[in-house]
Design a protein. Structure first.
Ligand code: PMP
Length: 452
């Protein structure tokens, strides 16, 4: 590597780039990545790291998938850009493929990323209710701890503290319920946490007025918010029943969980027989190679938009939504997922990693180790009885020690220190078994030798 070039880049970075989720700190410039291969990348100083969070849990197939980059180039050479106010082959083929993967009967609206896909879902839900005789149904319910995106609507559904602390008021009509979270149950009987959380949702719908609630949005498993899952998949079945009972559309945010991360093609598929009204996707849809968002909608809902007697069309567009190259990349990504049986691989290796990480529950600062496929959360507490969260500084020291050993990990994304105490591990689904062992060994070594 070139030391002068490297210093120049670092200086320009400091002077011109505004980083996501980062304090300005001239003494600790962010790492500048140079190139990647598989689950690993090299920074401009020549240091090698395993990416234990797949970028932002999106780089599911890892770096260096030349079939994907070739598909993008081929598409750009053929038809560089075309809007979806008209049509093009990659979007048609991808929408068809997504419907097939979702079990049939879906049509897809394309956008640019996860926030965008959720905004699209909210607008479809409101318009759907207006066009089907329920003009007062405009509210959305989501869950505390959830992350749904960064734009005003998606942020309003995001029930994490940065919204309240920094950007409120959000969009009117968004409310929140507790997720099932047995380790820190909101309810008196943690054994019945799932059931109580679902009952709470029903209560809120009744209190708010069933004629006012348009939709309920949830990740099948809370990912960025701390890897939180119900005790059983019965929770989602109950949620489906409740949504059906009150004509509330069930929007499943599969931005992280979709396309294999959880050891099923989609996270909601862990619960037998549940069909969402809408499924939103991004990240793993293209494995991060190009930006793309998708909102797949059940055909029954689309019926309300077909009627041409009134002004029933969906007045919503984004210039780059469903970009031909991004759709071509998604198609290739799905082809590789299927061909290599990546979903089966995750399901097969998940338990092996979990068993080893679970041993960390003997560590005095590890409250609970949770997993959902290749998404692991290690909840760190200062005291196992009170469950007092560890300090931000401690969590930072763990992340720093892992980095020194060549492993990048993440943490749950809340700005209030008492809520940010979960280490997040989400390696590329194609990580080799040696990579995964390195990851497990490093995390264990760092946690077991840490001083509070
Ligand atoms: N939903 C979930 C569950 C997410 O984790 C994210 C991104 N972290 C989003 C939506 C928003 O996606 P994007 O950053 O592509 O807008």
């Amino acid at each position: 590597h070139d030391k002068m070039k490297e210093d120049q880049l670092a200086k320009q970075d400091l002077d011109h780039l505004w980083h996501a989720m980062h304090k300005y700190n001239p003494d600790a410039p962010p790492m500048i990545a140079a190139h990647g291969q598989g689950a690993w990348f090299t920074d401009t100083e020549g240091n090698e790291y395993m990416d234990g969070v797949s970028g932002l849990w999106c780089l599911n197939l890892g770096h260096g998938q030349t079939e994907i980059t070739e598909a993008a180039k081929k598409q750009m050479d053929t038809l560089a850009y075309f809007p979806l106010t008209f049509s093009h082959q990659p979007a048609i083929e991808l929408a068809t493929k997504l419907s097939e993967l979702l079990g049939g009967g879906y049509r897809t609206f394309f956008s640019n990323g996860g926030s965008d896909a959720n905004e699209t879902a909210f607008k479809i839900a409101r318009q759907y209710h207006k066009q089907t005789g329920n003009p007062d149904k405009y509210k959305f319910i989501s869950r505390y701890r959830a992350y749904h995106g960064t734009t005003m609507g998606a942020m309003s559904a995001t029930a994490q503290a940065q919204r309240r602390v920094k950007y409120d008021p959000g969009v009117p009509g968004f409310m929140h319920v507790p997720p099932p979270y047995a380790y820190r149950s909101t309810f008196e009987n943690p054994e019945k946490d799932d059931e109580m959380a679902a009952n709470f949702l029903e209560q809120i719908i009744i209190w708010e007025g069933e004629d006012t609630v348009a939709g309920f949005i949830m990740e099948p498993y809370i990912s960025g918010g701390g890897v939180i899952k119900p005790q059983s998949d019965h929770y989602l079945k109950r949620v489906r029943e409740i949504c059906d009972k009150y004509n509330v559309l069930l929007i499943i945010d599969e931005v992280v969980s979709g396309l294999g991360r959880t050891g099923q093609l989609f996270g909601y598929m862990h619960a037998d027989g549940v069909q969402p009204d809408m499924v939103t996707m991004a990240k793993g849809l293209t494995s991060g190679y190009l930006p793309l968002g998708a909102t797949s909608i059940k055909n029954e809902i689309y019926e309300a938009f077909k009627n041409d007697s009134g002004d029933h069309h969906f007045r919503h567009v984004s210039t780059y939504g469903g970009h031909p190259a991004a759709c071509a990349v998604a198609l290739k990504n799905i082809e590789i997922l299927e061909r290599e049986n990546i979903v089966g691989r995750v399901a097969r290796l998940e338990q092996k990693i979990l068993t080893q990480l679970k041993e960390l529950e003997y560590n005095p600062y590890v409250g609970e180790v949770r997993d959902i496929g290749f998404l692991y959360g290690i909840e760190l507490v200062r005291d196992k009885t009170t469950k007092e969260p560890v300090s931000d500084a401690y969590l930072g020291s763990i992340l720093g020690a892992c980095k020194e050993r060549g492993l990048i990990l993440g943490k749950n994304g809340d700005t209030v220190p008492q809520l940010a105490n979960v280490l997040i591990i989400a390696p590329p689904l194609t990580s080799t078994e040696d990579d995964l062992q390195f990851l497990v060994d490093t995390v264990k070594e760092v946690l077991n030798s840490s001083q509070y």
